[in-house]
Design a protein around this ligand. Structure first.
Ligand SMILES: NC(=O)C1=CN([C@@H]2O[C@H](COP(=O)(O)OP(=O)(O)OC[C@H]3O[C@@H](n4cnc5c(N)ncnc54)[C@H](O)[C@@H]3O)[C@@H](O)[C@H]2O)C=CC1
Ligand SMILES: O=C(O)[C@@H]1CCC=N1
Length: 281
């Protein structure tokens, strides 16, 4: 029989508190279940750590990973994939035997992480995205071989503080990385392009920018809140013989859908390649 792990009882070390790590600290503290003193954050740049301390008063910040992990019950690996090996080799002898490892690293399997630690340990793999910074993240979680359901639940609580969570089998994490992990980049390009399009038609850039961003936000909200199929919602915009259908035909002619399908396939392949690279000694 497994017992639930309480977020309030955790001591959390965030190794590599950059964009994603910072988003998690914000979400954890806004949830009010955890005191700032229960969080230790590391990164390389002392000035950036000072800024983090100012943003989140009370958390412990250090450039010393060993100091951060020694009493941690949950260790979050949030460095870039290329720094993962050195960081794991540095901390592995100092991580508590019972600690849960939560990895947000793209393209590093739980089996590889376990091999780098050199012993069986509970690992949960997460693929969040940067809208977690404004509590609108989309995160997928996958359990490693030794993670128990209560470990997965604890991680779900952490990411639900900064957005929506899906649980998937680990083999789907590359696809998640291609879709929602990398997806904000595609949407930002879309907003930028839509802004340029408005400027080309004579709108002042700040006005075009606000209209473009709000259109993307509002359309996403309409899909999520109504639960209706996007094709039906699109049909409601396209007045017969009107403006929207003329533009839709143009987008179809230039292969918008195929472009996105291929872009996500390419990002998924790249995530698979990174997994292969990281699997080799
Ligand atoms: N940026 C994104 O949209 C997403 C990133 N990820 C994953 O999250 C991880 C972090 O990405 P970001 O936050 O964007 O990167 P980032 O570069 O903002 O943060 C990484 C941090 O790690 C620190 N670091 C590097 N070496 C270190 C060491 N030896 N000890 C302690 N800290 C060290 C750096 O100082 C930096 O602050 C990556 O593995 C990436 O695959 C996952 C999902 C989305
Ligand atoms: O581009 C990357 O590798 C990371 C993972 C998902 C988004 N950014």
């Amino acid at each position: 029989m497994s017992t639930a792990l309480q977020l309030a009882n955790q001591t959390i070390a965030i190794i590599g508190a950059g964009n994603i790590g910072r988003a998690l600290i914000g979400g954890l503290l806004r949830g009010h279940e955890l005191a700032p003193e229960q969080i230790r954050a590391t990164r390389r740049n002392p000035a950036a750590l000072e800024a983090l301390q100012e943003e989140f008063p009370g958390i412990q910040t250090t450039t010393n990973n060993l100091l951060a992990v020694r009493d941690a019950t949950l260790v979050v690996l949030a460095v870039k994939p290329q720094n993962a090996r050195e960081v794991i080799e540095e901390i592995r002898a100092h991580v508590q035997p019972e600690a849960l490892i939560l990895s947000v690293l793209a393209g590093l399997t739980t089996a590889t992480i376990e091999r780098l630690f050199g012993r069986p340990l509970p690992i949960v793999r997460a693929m969040p995205n940067t809208p977690a910074l404004v509590d609108e993240g989309a995160t997928a979680l996958a359990a490693g071989a030794h993670a128990r359901p209560e470990h997965l639940e604890l991680c779900r609580q952490i990411f639900e503080a900064v957005g929506k969570v899906e649980i998937v089998p680990e083999y789907l994490m590359d696809a998640v990385t291609g879709l929602s992990g990398s997806g904000p980049a595609y949407v930002f390009m879309f907003i930028e392009a839509l802004t340029d399009a408005g400027v080309k038609q004579g709108l002042p850039r700040p006005v075009a920018f606000r209209l473009a961003a709000q259109t993307v936000y509002g359309a996403a909200k309409l899909v999520l809140e109504t639960g209706r199929h996007p094709a039906i919602l699109r049909d409601e915009v396209t007045t017969p013989g009107g403006t929207a259908i003329a533009a839709v035909a143009e987008l179809e002619a230039h292969g918008l859908r195929t472009m996105l399908i291929n872009a996500v396939a390419t990002a998924t392949r790249r995530s698979q390649e990174l997994s292969q690279l990281n699997n080799h000694d």
